[in-house]
Ligand binder design. Structure first.
Ligand SMILES: NC(=O)c1ccc[n+]([C@@H]2O[C@H](COP(=O)([O-])OP(=O)(O)OC[C@H]3O[C@@H](n4cnc5c(N)ncnc54)[C@H](O)[C@@H]3O)[C@@H](O)[C@H]2O)c1
Ligand SMILES: O=C(O)C(=O)C[C@]1(C(=O)O)C=C[C@@H](O)C=C1
Length: 362
């Protein structure tokens, strides 16, 4: 039996546990210092066994995943390094920053045990094991940041295990990782939170702001609902990169101030054109929660029962849906439904069927 120990089975740890649990030859153990959390993990069937004892969880483990908040990673790794771990055990983490934990690992004496930093580039604004899903990592990138001295066979061994999540594995140096995710993940979270708080201030004077906040505001601010403690830790840990990125952000804001002061319409349009061109080049199909590569989008009127009608008409034609998601839903205006299927044939059949009644974007 290959034993996988997960420390901190919340959104990410719980999702990993669900990817591994039940696979032949694997047993998954969850750890939490809190007996109630241990009980919850067992009750929700996320792990095979669970314990409040670090020693018990780590004993005989072939792989250990540290899935606790970033500020606790070094403490956990240091404590584990003092335990009699199984020879050949690989310890990895899922923290949103990689440089500090890599430095910590390099400073420890890990005899017969390897540490390989990791970071799945998938997640959600939700937290806790309640939000965990075995589909979370499908088609997402999963970064591994091994120390250059780590034997490649150990990296390959961990990568082989992680492939069970259906993520795409990529190796990135820890410092470079922090630089890049600062720009594409941490800075956007800061901007989303600052924007929501700016509007929250106006809304205190006039609640109409809240009522009129529509798709645009919701699209750019979903991530402002991220867990405050998780994000406190990430931002503090990556503060040096973020301080530089915020200087650049100020320059972007200043550019718009200037364009508006000059009433430079062509300059503003050029900013939108450049942004749109770059954004449309993003790998759209590699998304986290939605797993299928075969999606169609359907414009739907926002009235009760419409989703049921769509599901029924596909069911009547024996077309299997693998996922369904309301992307946008606003009162009185059409929303967008993302329907996911398992193969192109189902996509084509579903599009043909639904086009009879709805606007479909395949
Ligand atoms: N949220 C995301 O989108 C995302 C994506 C990729 C990586 N990460 C990283 O994954 C890690 C976990 O984040 P998450 O989103 O799963 O958060 P979460 O809150 O859902 O899970 C955190 C887990 O750590 C445990 N924990 C919290 N405080 C603890 C403490 N003081 N002692 C022991 N256990 C404690 C919680 O009980 C929970 O099981 C973080 O390092 C985060 O940076 C998050
Ligand atoms: O989709 C989200 O809600 C996320 O915040 C996921 C997200 C991101 O910023 O892309 C957040 C933190 C991670 O470390 C990796 C992914």
């Amino acid at each position: 039996m290959t034993k996988i120990a997960i420390f901190g089975a919340g959104l990410i740890g719980g999702s990993l546990a669900l990817c591994f649990k039940g696979k032949p030859g694997f047993t998954v153990t969850g750890h939490s210092p809190n007996p109630k959390s241990v009980e919850k993990l067992l009750k929700r069937n996320v792990v095979d066994t669970a314990t409040t004892s670090m020693e018990e969880a780590a004993e005989g483990a072939d792989y250990i995943f540290l899935c606790v908040p970033v500020s606790l990673l070094e403490e956990y790794l240091t404590s584990l390094a003092k335990l009699p771990l199984k020879q050949g055990c690989i310890i990895t983490d899922v923290g949103s920053t990689k440089a500090s934990i890599a430095q910590c690992a390099a400073s420890l004496e890990l005899k017969g045990v390897q540490f390989i930093g990791g970071h799945p580039m998938a997640g959600s604004e939700r937290s806790g094991v309640e939000a965990a899903s075995s589909h979370l990592f499908e088609n997402a990138f999963y970064v591994l940041s091994p120390d250059p001295l780590t034997p490649q066979e150990d990296v390959d061994r961990l990568a082989d295990l992680i492939k069970l999540t259906k993520a795409q594995i990529i190796q990135v140096d820890a410092e470079l990782h922090d630089d890049i995710v600062g720009a594409i993940s941490h800075l956007p979270h800061i901007i989303a939170v600052a924007l929501v708080n700016q509007v929250r201030g106006y809304n205190e004077m006039n609640p109409l702001y809240q009522n009129l906040a529509a798709g645009g505001f919701r699209d750019v601010t979903r991530i402002a609902s991220g867990d405050p403690k998780i994000w406190r830790d990430i931002l503090i840990n990556n503060r040096e990169n973020l301080l530089k990125l915020l200087v650049d952000w100020n320059a972007e804001v200043a550019r718009f101030i200037d364009l508006l002061q000059q009433s430079d319409g062509e300059g503003i349009a050029e900013q939108f054109r450049k942004a749109s061109e770059f954004r449309s080049g993003l790998p759209e199909r590699r998304k986290g929660m939605i797993t299928s590569l075969y999606d169609i989008y359907v414009d739907i009127p926002d009235h009760p029962g419409v989703i049921g009608q769509i599901a029924t008409s596909l069911g009547n034609k024996k077309i299997n849906l693998s996922n369904i998601q309301v992307i946008e839903s606003r009162e009185d205006v059409p929303g967008v439904l993302r329907l996911s299927f398992r193969n192109q044939e189902d996509v084509d059949r579903a599009a043909e069927e639904l086009k009879k009644q709805y606007t479909v974007h395949a």
